[in-house]
Design a protein around this ligand. Structure first.
Ligand SMILES: Cc1cc2nc3c(=O)[nH]c(=O)nc-3n(C[C@H](O)[C@H](O)[C@H](O)COP(=O)(O)OP(=O)(O)OC[C@H]3O[C@@H](n4cnc5c(N)ncnc54)[C@H](O)[C@@H]3O)c2cc1C
Length: 306
């Protein structure tokens, strides 16, 4: 990174918000991945707009990071700017039956906030370890609900740093996708419209769903949740189990024995191990059932070509 570039970042964001050669294993729930050349923490929308405009001028690649819970970063790292919206741009408040949440607010925190205000609708998200921004982009969902059912509007910034607000219909939510996957708009704030309910019942539902996760999912190992999207008419985990891959391991990455839809890091996995296992599972399931599995996990950086 040039001196001028570094100095610009320091001036815009301050010393504590700019890191060089930051290991991405510290910022992904897989706990794998090489270094990001530059890693910045954004605190305000204004900082983000200025930074995006600057990066456009100097033609530097960047990647928006939430909580890194759906992300596999190459062991070679990322030679661009990682812009973390997760940790500092993260407050949320309730007004009537709406919640106004900054993109970096955690889903768990927003779900608890909703429960405390006697608002129902966010229970499904209380065990998903992502941010509101990442969840809106992916239309994260579980237990027959997803973000599309609670989002009223989304404030975004486009690649030129222009701000706009998109309503639910304009977001074109679908299964694990939204309009901004194509446009790469960045979410800064989300308005959720919820329904009045009973706080005790909401908390009980959240407890029940989280217990179901603990019972069925390998939460004791690092992972990115379900590795593959649900193929139409099938369940990825069942296809993988039926293909005989339960527990199958490459390096430190394994198909979870508890839930075959999860690839887990058994402690010393590299991103390459995870990547090779994803490829292997895809091949075996294609051979056995002629179903093409598509990763839900997002890949960042260079991975082996073979
Ligand atoms: C144990 C476990 C369980 C999980 N269970 C579920 C589940 O039940 N349902 C489910 O859907 N997912 C689940 N996930 C996956 C993951 O938590 C979700 O996809 C989550 O929404 C990702 O949010 P994030 O903030 O971590 O995003 P990241 O992983 O940081 O990023 C994911 C994508 O979103 C983009 N992004 C992040 N923030 C923004 C922003 N502000 N604006 C625009 N783009 C942004 C990134 O650039 C990237 O493309 C699980 C993961 C784990 C580890």
């Amino acid at each position: 990174m040039s001196e001028a570039f570094y100095n610009y970042l320091l001036e815009l964001l301050g010393e504590n918000q700019v890191l060089k050669n930051e290991p991405m294993s510290k910022h992904t729930t897989f706990k794998t991945g090489g270094n990001a050349s530059v890693f910045v923490k954004i605190e305000t929308k204004e900082q983000l707009v200025k930074l995006l405009r600057y990066l456009q001028i100097v033609e530097r690649d960047y990647f928006i990071l939430g909580n890194g819970s759906n992300l596999l970063v190459s062991d070679k790292g990322y030679d661009g700017v990682i812009i973390q919206i997760g940790s500092l741009m993260s407050d949320a408040y309730v007004k009537g039956d709406r919640i106004y949440a900054k993109a970096g607010a955690s889903l768990a925190m927003v779900a608890r906030l909703a429960a405390g205000a006697g608002l129902t609708g966010m229970e499904f998200a209380s065990g998903i370890p992502g941010t509101i921004g990442g969840a809106v982009r992916m239309n994260a969902g579980a237990y027959d609900s997803d973000m599309s059912q609670v989002v009223e509007s989304v404030s975004v910034i486009d690649l030129q740093g222009e701000e706009m607000t998109l309503d639910n219909a304009t977001m074109e939510f679908g299964y694990r996708r939204s309009a901004i996957v194509k446009t790469n708009h960045i979410v800064t704030e989300v308005v959720l419209k919820l329904t009045p309910g009973d706080e005790k019942e909401i908390l009980a539902k959240m407890d029940d769903l989280n217990q179901r996760r603990r019972d069925k999912q390998p939460l004791e190992f690092p992972s990115a949740g379900s590795t593959f999207k649900r193929p139409e008419g099938h369940f990825a985990g069942k296809l993988i189990m039926d293909a005989g891959l339960k527990g199958y391991q490459i390096g430190g990455a394994a198909v979870s024995e508890k839930h075959c839809g999860f690839i887990i890091n058994k402690g010393n996995a590299t991103s390459t191990d995870v990547y090779r296992l994803i490829q292997y599972v895809k091949e075996r399931v294609k051979e056995a059932y002629n179903v093409s599995l598509e990763p839900e996990v997002i890949l960042l950086g260079e991975f082996p070509k073979d």
